[in-house]
Design a binder for this molecule. Sequence first.
Ligand SMILES: [Zn+2]
Length: 217
Amino acid sequence: MIASLALAAALVRADVLISAGHEGRPASCARFPRRRCNLGAAGERAWTPLVADEATRVLRAHGVRVVREPADFHGRFAVDAAVFIHFDGSTRPCSSGASIGYHDAAYRGAADAWRALYGAYAPFRFMPDDFTVGLRDYYAYRQIRARDASLVLEFGELTCPAQHAWLASHLRFEGDLLAFYLSRLIGKGDVPLPAKIDKHAPSSHARGRFARRARTR
Ligand SMILES: [Zn+2]
């Protein structure tokens, strides 16, 4: 009885949780000695907070309650959606791309919707969902109870010069697009689609597919 009360008290509720991959490491690793202190691809730790902060700023401006966390954090969270932001790295440059991870097949539709949306802009491919153990069994999934989605989102491969260049010039856009996606996914905030940025702007077809998925949720 006391234990269950303590658990209930520890469950933090919010609309969305956004975690920036590797942010706060290596300093935070000492508090979580059982985790691998993965510092990410070169440059990744500097970029994940930029995307996370921008998405958080836009969502909060539209009335969405966001819990913004670094890589390592305590507690358990009940949210509509959680995302863990990363960029990939590869020992064989340009052999990877963007990707999505999730542990629960119930989130596949949300993954499909992100792929359709981001894939309409990003000029590089998506790897198969859960193509690494880190994507499928991400350490922080167990801290989240999510209604709509709990996803690791890898935005692209930093070790690929062409992808690195595109990502570097679209960091703010990535945050804005993520805010739009999360707002639609959870049905709150009504964040607008970011302004058209370049020739990779999505077709109305891609937008339509996303809207249909969001409605049929
Ligand atoms: Zn990473």
